[in-house]
Design a protein around this ligand. Structure first.
Ligand SMILES: Nc1ncnc2c1ncn2[C@@H]1O[C@H](COP(=O)(O)OP(=O)(O)O)[C@@H](O)[C@H]1O
Ligand SMILES: [Mg+2]
Length: 268
Protein backbone atom coordinates (compact mmCIF):
# COMPACT_ATOMS: atom_id res chain seq x y z
CA UNK A 1 0.00 0.00 0.00
CA UNK A 2 1.26 3.45 -0.86
CA UNK A 3 1.93 5.98 1.84
CA UNK A 4 -0.32 8.93 0.96
CA UNK A 5 0.73 12.51 1.42
CA UNK A 6 -1.16 13.04 4.66
CA UNK A 7 0.33 9.87 6.12
CA UNK A 8 3.76 10.91 4.86
CA UNK A 9 3.70 14.09 6.90
CA UNK A 10 3.26 12.02 10.06
CA UNK A 11 6.26 9.77 9.36
CA UNK A 12 9.52 10.75 11.06
CA UNK A 13 12.26 12.26 8.92
CA UNK A 14 15.15 9.83 8.55
CA UNK A 15 17.33 11.93 6.23
CA UNK A 16 17.35 15.70 6.01
CA UNK A 17 19.31 17.42 3.27
CA UNK A 18 19.61 21.17 3.86
CA UNK A 19 21.02 23.70 1.45
CA UNK A 20 23.64 21.42 -0.10
CA UNK A 21 25.82 22.98 -2.79
CA UNK A 22 28.75 21.65 -4.81
CA UNK A 23 30.60 23.20 -7.72
CA UNK A 24 32.95 21.30 -10.04
CA UNK A 25 35.21 23.56 -12.03
CA UNK A 26 32.60 26.29 -12.38
CA UNK A 27 29.66 23.89 -12.89
CA UNK A 28 27.08 24.00 -10.11
CA UNK A 29 26.38 20.28 -9.86
CA UNK A 30 24.32 20.83 -6.68
CA UNK A 31 22.68 24.17 -6.06
CA UNK A 32 21.24 24.77 -2.57
CA UNK A 33 19.37 21.45 -2.46
CA UNK A 34 17.01 20.71 0.42
CA UNK A 35 14.65 17.78 0.80
CA UNK A 36 13.69 15.20 3.38
CA UNK A 37 13.30 11.45 3.29
CA UNK A 38 10.64 10.03 5.56
CA UNK A 39 11.15 6.82 7.47
CA UNK A 40 9.29 3.82 6.05
CA UNK A 41 8.55 5.45 2.69
CA UNK A 42 10.00 5.20 -0.80
CA UNK A 43 11.32 8.56 -1.99
CA UNK A 44 12.32 8.88 -5.63
CA UNK A 45 14.90 11.37 -6.87
CA UNK A 46 14.38 12.06 -10.56
CA UNK A 47 15.70 14.48 -13.16
CA UNK A 48 17.36 14.56 -16.59
CA UNK A 49 20.89 13.20 -17.13
CA UNK A 50 23.46 15.51 -15.58
CA UNK A 51 20.87 17.02 -13.20
CA UNK A 52 23.09 16.19 -10.22
CA UNK A 53 21.40 13.09 -8.78
CA UNK A 54 24.52 10.95 -8.37
CA UNK A 55 26.39 13.97 -7.02
CA UNK A 56 23.73 14.26 -4.29
CA UNK A 57 24.32 10.62 -3.32
CA UNK A 58 28.08 11.31 -3.25
CA UNK A 59 27.56 14.34 -1.02
CA UNK A 60 25.12 12.55 1.32
CA UNK A 61 27.53 9.62 1.78
CA UNK A 62 30.58 11.91 1.87
CA UNK A 63 32.36 10.39 -1.08
CA UNK A 64 33.40 14.03 -1.47
CA UNK A 65 32.63 17.05 0.71
CA UNK A 66 29.92 19.61 0.00
CA UNK A 67 30.93 23.26 -0.46
CA UNK A 68 28.11 24.23 1.89
CA UNK A 69 24.98 22.87 3.50
CA UNK A 70 24.30 19.95 5.77
CA UNK A 71 22.94 16.42 5.95
CA UNK A 72 21.44 14.81 9.01
CA UNK A 73 20.62 11.16 9.37
CA UNK A 74 18.43 9.93 12.22
CA UNK A 75 18.53 13.41 13.69
CA UNK A 76 22.33 13.75 13.76
CA UNK A 77 24.60 15.65 11.43
CA UNK A 78 26.69 13.34 9.26
CA UNK A 79 28.61 16.10 7.54
CA UNK A 80 32.27 15.10 7.50
CA UNK A 81 31.51 11.49 8.52
CA UNK A 82 33.55 9.07 6.38
CA UNK A 83 31.68 6.95 3.81
CA UNK A 84 32.49 3.85 5.86
CA UNK A 85 31.11 5.35 9.05
CA UNK A 86 28.04 6.59 7.20
CA UNK A 87 27.45 2.97 6.12
CA UNK A 88 28.05 1.87 9.70
CA UNK A 89 25.15 4.09 10.79
CA UNK A 90 22.85 2.17 8.45
CA UNK A 91 22.85 4.47 5.42
CA UNK A 92 23.75 2.11 2.59
CA UNK A 93 24.03 3.03 -1.09
CA UNK A 94 24.50 1.27 -4.39
CA UNK A 95 26.29 2.67 -7.42
CA UNK A 96 24.94 3.56 -10.84
CA UNK A 97 27.11 0.91 -12.52
CA UNK A 98 26.75 -2.50 -10.88
CA UNK A 99 29.71 -3.44 -8.73
CA UNK A 100 29.68 -7.15 -7.99
CA UNK A 101 32.70 -8.89 -6.49
CA UNK A 102 34.29 -10.63 -9.48
CA UNK A 103 35.86 -13.66 -7.78
CA UNK A 104 32.70 -14.65 -5.94
CA UNK A 105 29.55 -16.59 -6.74
CA UNK A 106 26.13 -14.97 -6.57
CA UNK A 107 25.44 -16.38 -3.10
CA UNK A 108 28.90 -15.36 -1.87
CA UNK A 109 28.30 -11.83 -3.18
CA UNK A 110 25.08 -11.59 -1.19
CA UNK A 111 26.78 -12.95 1.94
CA UNK A 112 29.57 -10.40 1.53
CA UNK A 113 26.98 -7.69 2.19
CA UNK A 114 26.23 -8.73 5.76
CA UNK A 115 29.32 -7.28 7.40
CA UNK A 116 27.88 -4.19 9.04
CA UNK A 117 25.91 -6.53 11.22
CA UNK A 118 28.30 -9.19 12.34
CA UNK A 119 28.05 -9.20 16.10
CA UNK A 120 30.62 -11.90 16.70
CA UNK A 121 34.20 -10.80 17.15
CA UNK A 122 36.86 -11.88 14.69
CA UNK A 123 38.18 -14.23 17.31
CA UNK A 124 34.88 -15.99 17.84
CA UNK A 125 34.49 -16.35 14.10
CA UNK A 126 37.98 -17.82 13.94
CA UNK A 127 37.15 -20.28 16.66
CA UNK A 128 33.89 -20.99 14.84
CA UNK A 129 31.80 -20.91 17.97
CA UNK A 130 28.21 -22.05 17.98
CA UNK A 131 27.13 -18.40 18.07
CA UNK A 132 28.90 -17.51 14.85
CA UNK A 133 27.74 -20.78 13.28
CA UNK A 134 24.17 -19.80 14.09
CA UNK A 135 24.69 -16.35 12.58
CA UNK A 136 26.26 -17.85 9.49
CA UNK A 137 23.30 -20.18 9.04
CA UNK A 138 20.84 -17.36 9.60
CA UNK A 139 22.69 -15.20 7.04
CA UNK A 140 22.64 -17.97 4.46
CA UNK A 141 18.93 -18.52 4.95
CA UNK A 142 18.24 -14.82 4.53
CA UNK A 143 20.48 -14.65 1.45
CA UNK A 144 18.78 -17.63 -0.16
CA UNK A 145 15.31 -16.21 0.59
CA UNK A 146 16.19 -12.85 -0.93
CA UNK A 147 17.66 -14.44 -4.07
CA UNK A 148 14.40 -16.38 -4.36
CA UNK A 149 12.38 -13.17 -4.04
CA UNK A 150 14.14 -11.54 -7.00
CA UNK A 151 14.26 -14.68 -9.13
CA UNK A 152 18.02 -15.15 -8.87
CA UNK A 153 18.02 -18.50 -7.06
CA UNK A 154 18.84 -20.39 -10.22
CA UNK A 155 22.12 -18.45 -10.48
CA UNK A 156 23.21 -18.81 -6.87
CA UNK A 157 26.35 -20.85 -7.59
CA UNK A 158 27.27 -19.02 -10.81
CA UNK A 159 30.06 -16.46 -10.88
CA UNK A 160 28.43 -13.07 -10.34
CA UNK A 161 30.31 -11.48 -13.26
CA UNK A 162 28.81 -14.04 -15.66
CA UNK A 163 25.28 -12.80 -14.91
CA UNK A 164 23.46 -10.52 -17.34
CA UNK A 165 23.81 -6.85 -16.34
CA UNK A 166 20.21 -6.64 -15.10
CA UNK A 167 20.71 -9.60 -12.80
CA UNK A 168 23.95 -8.06 -11.50
CA UNK A 169 22.05 -4.90 -10.60
CA UNK A 170 19.39 -6.85 -8.71
CA UNK A 171 22.18 -8.75 -6.99
CA UNK A 172 23.71 -5.49 -5.84
CA UNK A 173 20.42 -4.42 -4.23
CA UNK A 174 20.09 -7.79 -2.51
CA UNK A 175 23.68 -7.53 -1.24
CA UNK A 176 23.01 -4.04 0.14
CA UNK A 177 19.96 -5.41 1.95
CA UNK A 178 22.03 -8.04 3.73
CA UNK A 179 23.51 -5.35 5.96
CA UNK A 180 19.95 -4.52 7.11
CA UNK A 181 20.16 -0.81 6.27
CA UNK A 182 17.94 1.78 7.87
CA UNK A 183 18.02 3.79 4.66
CA UNK A 184 18.86 2.24 1.33
CA UNK A 185 19.97 4.65 -1.42
CA UNK A 186 19.78 3.15 -4.91
CA UNK A 187 21.34 4.89 -7.91
CA UNK A 188 19.39 3.92 -11.05
CA UNK A 189 18.74 0.30 -10.05
CA UNK A 190 16.53 -0.28 -13.12
CA UNK A 191 19.08 0.90 -15.69
CA UNK A 192 19.79 -2.02 -18.01
CA UNK A 193 16.98 -4.15 -16.60
CA UNK A 194 14.51 -5.81 -18.94
CA UNK A 195 10.75 -5.69 -18.26
CA UNK A 196 10.70 -8.87 -16.18
CA UNK A 197 13.69 -7.74 -14.10
CA UNK A 198 12.11 -4.30 -13.63
CA UNK A 199 8.94 -5.97 -12.33
CA UNK A 200 11.10 -8.07 -9.96
CA UNK A 201 12.77 -4.87 -8.78
CA UNK A 202 9.36 -3.28 -8.12
CA UNK A 203 8.36 -6.36 -6.09
CA UNK A 204 11.62 -6.12 -4.17
CA UNK A 205 11.17 -2.38 -3.47
CA UNK A 206 7.68 -2.98 -2.12
CA UNK A 207 8.97 -5.84 0.03
CA UNK A 208 11.70 -3.53 1.36
CA UNK A 209 9.06 -0.97 2.35
CA UNK A 210 6.95 -3.64 4.03
CA UNK A 211 10.10 -4.62 5.97
CA UNK A 212 10.19 -1.03 7.27
CA UNK A 213 13.40 -0.01 5.46
CA UNK A 214 13.36 3.51 4.01
CA UNK A 215 14.42 3.90 0.38
CA UNK A 216 15.81 6.81 -1.62
CA UNK A 217 15.93 5.81 -5.25
CA UNK A 218 17.36 7.65 -8.25
CA UNK A 219 15.39 6.42 -11.19
CA UNK A 220 14.79 7.17 -14.84
CA UNK A 221 12.09 4.60 -15.39
CA UNK A 222 9.04 6.79 -14.92
CA UNK A 223 6.50 3.98 -14.71
CA UNK A 224 8.56 2.33 -11.99
CA UNK A 225 8.74 5.62 -10.09
CA UNK A 226 5.01 6.19 -10.43
CA UNK A 227 4.33 2.61 -9.34
CA UNK A 228 6.44 2.44 -6.23
CA UNK A 229 7.31 5.94 -4.96
CA UNK A 230 5.42 7.64 -2.13
CA UNK A 231 7.16 10.95 -2.69
CA UNK A 232 9.11 12.33 -5.63
CA UNK A 233 11.83 15.00 -5.60
CA UNK A 234 12.72 16.42 -9.02
CA UNK A 235 16.09 18.02 -9.71
CA UNK A 236 17.20 19.90 -12.80
CA UNK A 237 20.56 21.61 -13.34
CA UNK A 238 21.53 20.91 -9.73
CA UNK A 239 18.44 22.43 -8.11
CA UNK A 240 15.16 21.02 -6.79
CA UNK A 241 12.35 22.14 -9.13
CA UNK A 242 9.45 20.17 -7.63
CA UNK A 243 8.59 17.74 -4.83
CA UNK A 244 5.39 15.95 -3.95
CA UNK A 245 3.29 12.85 -4.55
CA UNK A 246 3.98 11.09 -7.91
CA UNK A 247 0.73 12.14 -9.60
CA UNK A 248 1.20 15.78 -8.62
CA UNK A 249 4.82 15.89 -9.77
CA UNK A 250 3.99 14.17 -13.05
CA UNK A 251 1.60 16.96 -14.02
CA UNK A 252 3.89 19.77 -12.82
CA UNK A 253 4.64 22.16 -15.69
CA UNK A 254 8.29 22.69 -14.67
CA UNK A 255 8.86 18.95 -14.55
CA UNK A 256 7.29 18.41 -17.96
CA UNK A 257 9.49 21.21 -19.32
CA UNK A 258 12.65 19.72 -17.78
CA UNK A 259 11.97 16.37 -19.41
CA UNK A 260 10.29 17.27 -22.67
CA UNK A 261 12.33 20.40 -23.24
CA UNK A 262 15.45 18.27 -23.50
CA UNK A 263 14.07 15.03 -24.81
CA UNK A 264 17.46 13.86 -26.05
CA UNK A 265 18.71 13.89 -22.46
CA UNK A 266 15.72 12.43 -20.72
CA UNK A 267 15.91 8.67 -20.65
CA UNK A 268 12.45 8.54 -19.08
N1 LIG B 1 33.58 14.11 -9.65
C1 LIG B 1 33.18 15.03 -10.55
N2 LIG B 1 34.04 15.91 -11.08
C2 LIG B 1 33.64 16.86 -11.97
N3 LIG B 1 32.38 17.01 -12.37
C3 LIG B 1 31.45 16.17 -11.88
C4 LIG B 1 31.80 15.14 -10.94
N4 LIG B 1 30.67 14.45 -10.61
C5 LIG B 1 29.67 15.04 -11.30
N5 LIG B 1 30.13 16.05 -12.07
C6 LIG B 1 29.31 16.93 -12.92
O1 LIG B 1 28.18 17.32 -12.17
C7 LIG B 1 27.01 17.33 -12.99
C8 LIG B 1 25.97 16.40 -12.41
O2 LIG B 1 26.37 15.05 -12.63
P1 LIG B 1 25.66 13.81 -11.96
O3 LIG B 1 25.48 14.07 -10.52
O4 LIG B 1 26.42 12.60 -12.34
O5 LIG B 1 24.23 13.83 -12.70
P2 LIG B 1 23.09 12.72 -12.77
O6 LIG B 1 23.44 11.61 -11.84
O7 LIG B 1 21.83 13.43 -12.41
O8 LIG B 1 23.05 12.26 -14.20
C9 LIG B 1 27.46 16.97 -14.38
O9 LIG B 1 27.70 18.19 -15.08
C10 LIG B 1 28.75 16.22 -14.14
O10 LIG B 1 29.59 16.32 -15.24
MG1 LIG C 1 23.75 9.60 -12.12
Amino acid sequence: MMVNNVTRETLPVILEVSGLSKTFGGVKATDNVSFSVRDGAITALIGPNGAGKTTLFNLITNIFPADSGGVSFLGKSIRGTSPMNVAGLGLIRTFQSARVFPGLTVLENVLAGRHRLFKCSGLSQMLWTSKSRAEERESRERAVAMLELVGLSKFRDAHAVDLPMGAQKLLEVVRALMSQPKLLCLDEPAAGLNDTETEELAVLLRAIRVAGISVLVVEHNMSLVMNVADHVVVVDAGAVIAAGPPAEVQSNAKVIEAYLGREENAAA
